[in-house]
Ligand binder design. Structure first.
Ligand code: GDP
Length: 165
């Protein structure tokens, strides 16, 4: 078999934002090579454009996130998932995103604005302004709107990752 290099990608964000659901959908769209799933921890290897994307969903609450932050700089890309319908946790989400940016200089980052099917979803421009996306100069970044519950494709996300890692 042809050799496919491996890339480490971490899917992060607040609990309940939809990380696990998104990972499951990514797996459904592509030929998945392997799945590891234990309590609160999922690992998926997906092949895209002759690259093996090893996607880690560590999950967990604040203390777990703090622990895993040390691994962000050693990742090839980050996928930060936002629950666009969760107005109440916008400040927590902003804090978390700021922390992530601080400790992952240069790591290509995808922002998924999830739960677009919900009527109260915040707009893309509002979230971009809240997160000060246009100020980010230290990395390549990409925004994708999704509803992980619907069967829409994640192919543009995978394509962006494959092209930018
Ligand atoms: P995680 O904690 O970030 O891994 O979040 P989960 O993937 O477990 O999702 C949390 C909850 O949000 C679950 O009840 C999901 O079914 C739900 N959910 C995830 N994505 C969407 C979405 O796009 N729209 C809606 N309405 N619910 C979603």
């Amino acid at each position: 078999a042809k050799f496919s290099p491996e890339y480490i990608i971490r899917i992060i964000g607040l609990d309940n934002s939809g990380k696990t659901t998104i990972l499951y959908r990514l797996k459904g769209d592509q030929s998945s090579i392997s799945t590891v799933s234990t309590n609160g921890f999922n690992l998926e290897t997906i092949q895209c454009m002759n690259k093996n994307l090893v996607i880690w969903d560590i999950g967990g609450h604040r203390n777990v996130r703090n622990l895993y932050r040390h691994y962000y700089p050693q990742s090839h890309a980050l996928i930060f998932v936002v629950d666009a319908s969760d107005h109440q946790r916008i400040d927590e989400m902003k804090d978390e995103f700021a922390e992530v940016l601080k400790c992952s200089e240069g790591v290509p980052t995808v922002l998924i604005l999830n739960k677009q099917d919900k009527e109260n979803a915040m707009t893309e421009s509002f979230i971009k302004e809240q997160l000060k996306l246009d100020d980010i100069k230290d990395r390549k970044w990409f925004v994708q709107l999704t509803s992980a519950l619907n069967s829409e494709s994640n192919s543009s996300l995978l394509q962006w990752l494959s092209n930018n890692i």
